[in-house]
Design a protein around this ligand. Structure first.
Ligand code: NIG
Ligand code: FE
Length: 412
């Protein structure tokens, strides 16, 4: 049990209402001269004008700063081990991501580096990274497998993810990216069968996964593979996620909607039908990953059309050593605003409440409302626009998870 507490700031900005927030319904709202209070279990008991606080605040100042929900990063490829900056340099010389993959770089290379590292070294490497994420305001995140590429190695990566979750200051969920690359020596059909018949049931039996993901791409898995994995995930009672239309069009977003996936992510080559499907989707969020768009110099997804069609959107980092070595949500938000044209308050909802819903945490966190967990940030100045306004500058003064100060400059 912790200590009850309260914080004040010149403003508090949060999303509210039914999730996932869609299209024009998405903007968050601001309260001036604000206060936030939480109980000794780290649950919010009050969010509103500071005059209504049930006890005095020991965090923040009424003159300055802004209280916002902690960022929820719903697309993260941790745990991984080691970097691939030489591949970055090769891409700058004109070698494509597809070519690196074909030459057993890319995902295969990260798979080898992970396999060769002892558990403790992997965990130490990843702990530093989740600490960096906490400092830039991430209070909940996804951890994906996908660098195992065998049943045993995928299960090991999922166990490492659960171990990392124990050590991380944030809430972490684990997604089994069961189909990420076709392992060497196996056909696609053989790996899909192993993933569906062995890996997913074994991970579910050991409670190692909270969701299942598939990379649909010409260098990876097909729509038929996705259907099979969706069936196996449903049999294991695990929600589905989909890497869709990243390197080329594949109609994966439409399939994700049809299969009731919680998100279709990337969407760089999303078709008009895909826009319409996500616009009409009851329960599939469009996952925007602007850092990997930037890093691969890929075309931007049709974000304005998605919003016009009424899609719910989330912003995430896609943190991984190949296509997005960016783990800062403020950076991803800055790119989403400047490159994709999101208004800051829309970006706030898309980086807090909606991704919490994607991870199945929407009833526990992602907004600053009584009954939710006190996962919040104190930002330097009043208002949320400061986050996308100064890319490269970290506006997070302090990060709190369940009312506990986990990173930043404010001390109790
Ligand atoms: O989301 N698209 C596939 N997976 C990752 C990249 C993985 C890697 O290159 O290591 C992504 O971009
Ligand atoms: Fe990804």
């Amino acid at each position: 049990m912790g200590e009850r507490g309260a914080a004040v700031a010149a403003a508090l900005v949060t999303a509210s209402g039914p999730l996932p927030a869609r299209g024009a319904a998405a903007p968050a709202a601001a309260v001036p001269d604000a206060g936030l209070a939480w109980d000794d279990e780290g649950m919010i008991v009050y969010a509103g004008p500071s005059s209504g606080l049930p006890w005095p605040a020991r965090v923040g100042s009424p003159e300055t700063g802004c209280l916002v929900p902690g960022f929820v990063d719903c697309h993260v490829h941790l745990p991984f081990f080691g970097w691939r900056s030489d591949e970055f340099e090769a891409r700058l010389r004109g070698v494509s991501y597809r070519e690196l993959h074909g030459e057993e770089g890319g995902i295969f290379r990260s798979s080898r580096m992970l396999a060769e590292a002892p558990d403790e070294r992997v965990l130490a490497f990843c702990q530093r990274l989740v600490a960096e994420m906490a400092a830039s305001g991430t209070t909940a995140l996804e951890l994906k497998t996908g660098y195992g590429l065998s049943v045993e190695a995928e299960l090991r990566q999922a166990r490492l993810a659960r171990a990392l979750a124990e050590r991380a200051p944030q809430t972490c969920t684990v997604t089994l990216l069961a189909c990420h690359a076709v392992p060497k020596g196996l056909s696609r059909a053989e790996w899909v069968a192993a993933a569906c018949e062995e890996l997913i049931p074994a991970a579910a039996a050991e409670e190692l996964a909270d969701a299942v993901d598939v990379y649909v791409e010409d260098i990876a898995f097909s729509l038929e593979d996705l259907e099979r994995v969706a069936e196996a995930a449903a049999a294991a009672r695990l929600p589905l996620r989909v890497h869709a239309d990243q390197l080329g069009p594949s109609a994966a977003a439409e399939a994700a909607v049809r299969l009731g996936a919680r998100s279709a992510d990337h969407l760089n080559h999303l078709s008009r039908d895909g826009v319409e499907a996500l616009g009409a989707a009851e329960a599939t969020v469009a996952g925007l990953l602007p850092a990997s768009t930037f890093f691969l110099r890929a075309p931007a997804p049709p974000v304005a059309a998605l919003r016009e069609a009424g899609a719910a959107i989330a912003i995430a980092t896609d943190f991984n050593p190949g296509t997005s070595p960016v783990c800062s949500m403020p950076e991803a938000i800055a790119m989403a605003c400047t490159v994709y044209g999101l208004e800051p308050l829309v970006a706030l909802t898309a980086s807090t409440a909606n991704p919490a819903w994607v991870l199945g945490l929407g009833d526990r966190l992602g907004t600053l409302e009584p009954g939710k967990r006190a996962d919040f940030l104190l930002l330097e100045e009043a208002g949320f626009a400061q986050v996308p306004y100064r890319p490269g500058h970290d506006p997070v003064v302090a990060t709190f998870v369940g009312g506990r100060h986990v990173a930043g400059r404010v001390l109790h």
